[in-house]
Design a protein around this ligand. Structure first.
Ligand SMILES: *Cc1c(COP(=O)(O)O)cnc(C)c1O
Length: 498
């Protein structure tokens, strides 16, 4: 299978090249140039996540040998990295409501599923394409991605990873997770200012031709682990299949029966993987897109108008505080039957005016499969509380947005399909909000985030995830705080080039 850009169909490249490049030169995103042949569910191996992953990922990575895919999968999805044997276990709340826990990886958020395997896919891409330089993965993070990328890339041969985070823009736990990072190929620094400052600094480094030349002479090439890389999207298709297979194994579904997936959505990567799963033949009835108060996407799916000209709200589900969902471009490309001209013009309008409107046929196709709404912070808190009291089951703020939107769907639509809510973070990753949702406001108001981990565990009888448990006892290895202007120097000194 070959890949081309959503904004340029004239040049097609191999899967390895697409994964190595990440973004195409004219700003488009790489997508499969042809549809994968519909996949016969009967061919899916029962039970084992690794076997399902190998089967699905292989379909999209021609050019990689079976052994290379299998090796990458077996390296990523191990009991060392994931604290549940099913990798993405499916929990039953009621007969027709299940929760797919995507947070059993090393950083307790769903990004681990992709970021544990991406480094292996990238390392193999370097071999396949005959790349001579070492890759330097450069990432600006507002929290989850940075730690997840560090865990995935640490000690991977031929790759270095450098992460910048805003000094004041991440939670105490997220900061501790990063500054205690182990590994001999990692560089981390806090940058003065907010996330925008950090991100702008990273973009400036990417656009600095002189710096690129200097790096090239020293045998380095900059790359990104951003969620627009096809190598991050692809591994996410797998758990839609594993969830379905799991329901079949448990005799909750008969083969071919359609189900709904509810996805707490930010950059549109997770839910788009569900779209590709359906394209492969997975029996999906509806993909339900759940936003928080930053409801650009749910407005778009309801109306066909994408309007990003609004101010960003800070919510208690911060990983979804996004106004521009990059991966939506891929869906538009698919819905228009691969019309790169149309997509390019919409993206140009978005950049110039902050808005675009899709045509009626595209909107019709969108609404045929997707349904969308949003939930605000108050509704989110209520759902965390209800879910705990009704099912003795703890969910984080992002998952709660999904569950709240599912309730709205069921109130408005006649639909008897079984529903799977994708749970994107452990409740312990957003402990402060979860504790405030469950208990009296004043009770723990002076406790630190680390104390709250212990309090939540004690009060609910659930264990703190192993990777968070001794965070305050780990040695601090990266305590540099730098200004935006000195990010280049920091990068060069991390690579021993000064
Ligand atoms: C990244 C993230 C999301 C949003 O996922 P997208 O693929 O960007 O839509 C939702 N929840 C959590 C906890 C995340 O870290």
């Amino acid at each position: 299978m070959r890949y081309y850009s959503t904004r340029n169909q004239t040049e097609s490249i191999t899967a390895a090249e697409a994964i190595k490049r990440g973004l195409s030169a004219e700003g488009g995103l790489f997508v499969p140039a042809e549809r994968a042949a519909p996949f016969v569910m009967d061919n899916l191996p029962a039970g084992d996540y690794r076997k399902i992953a190998t089967t699905i990922i292989k379909l999209f990575l021609s050019g990689y040998s079976s052994a290379q895919v299998e090796e990458a999968v077996n390296y990523a999805y191990t009991p060392d990295n994931f604290d549940h044997p099913d990798i993405t276990p499916l929990q039953k709340l009621t007969e027709d409501l299940y929760v797919l826990e995507l947070w059993h990886g090393p950083t307790c958020a769903f990004k681990d599923i992709a970021l544990q395997i991406l480094p292996q896919l990238l390392r193999t891409a370097v071999q396949i394409t005959g790349e001579k330089s070492d890759l330097v993965i450069l990432t600006a993070t507002s929290g989850d991605t940075g730690k997840s990328a560090l865990e995935g890339f640490r000690d991977v041969e031929g790759i270095k990873i450098i992460v910048y985070f805003p000094e004041k823009g991440v939670s105490e736990i997220q900061k501790l997770q990063m500054i205690t990072q182990e590994g001999n190929n990692v560089g981390i620094a806090a940058v003065r200012g907010n996330f925008d400052d950090t991100q702008t600094g990273v973009k400036e480094i990417f656009n600095d031709r002189k710096l690129a030349e200097k790096l090239e002479q020293a045998g380095y090439r900059l790359s990104s682990a951003n969620s627009i890389n096809w190598g991050r999207l692809l591994p996410q298709i797998v758990y839609y299949f594993s969830a379905y297979q799991n329901l079949i194994d448990r005799k909750k579904l008969s083969a071919g029966e359609t189900i709904n997936f509810v996805v707490p959505t930010g950059n549109f990567g997770n839910i788009l993987a569900g779209y590709y799963a359906r394209q492969l033949g997975l029996p999906v009835n509806r993909l339900i897109c759940a936003s928080n108060r930053n409801n650009v996407l749910s407005d778009f799916i309801q109306s066909g108008v994408y309007n990003s000209r609004r101010s960003l709200h800070r919510t208690i589900s911060p990983s979804m505080d996004i106004l521009i969902s990059s991966n939506l471009e891929r869906l538009l490309f698919e819905l228009t039957g691969h019309d790169s001209e149309k997509v390019t013009s919409w993206m140009k309008q978005l950049q110039e005016t902050g808005e675009y409107v899709v045509d009626r046929e595209t909107l019709r196709r969108l609404k045929e499969l997707f349904w969308a709404d949003y939930a605000d912070d108050e509704e989110t808190i209520q759902v965390i509380k209800d879910t705990y009291h009704r099912h003795k089951y703890l969910i984080d703020t992002h998952t709660a947005v999904g569950k709240a939107v599912l309730s709205k769907y069921r109130n408005r639509e006649e639909d008897n399909c079984l529903n799977v809510v994708l749970s994107t973070a452990s409740p312990y990753k957003f402990t402060g909000s979860v504790v405030r949702a469950l208990f009296d406001h004043n009770r723990f108001k002076d406790s630190s985030e680390l104390d709250l981990l212990k309090i939540l565990s004690r009060e609910t009888g659930t264990p703190v995830p192993a990777s968070l448990v001794d965070l305050d006892k780990k040695p601090i290895k990266h305590n540099q705080v730098i200004s935006r202007d000195s990010m280049r120097d920091h990068l060069l000194s991390s690579l021993n080039l000064t």
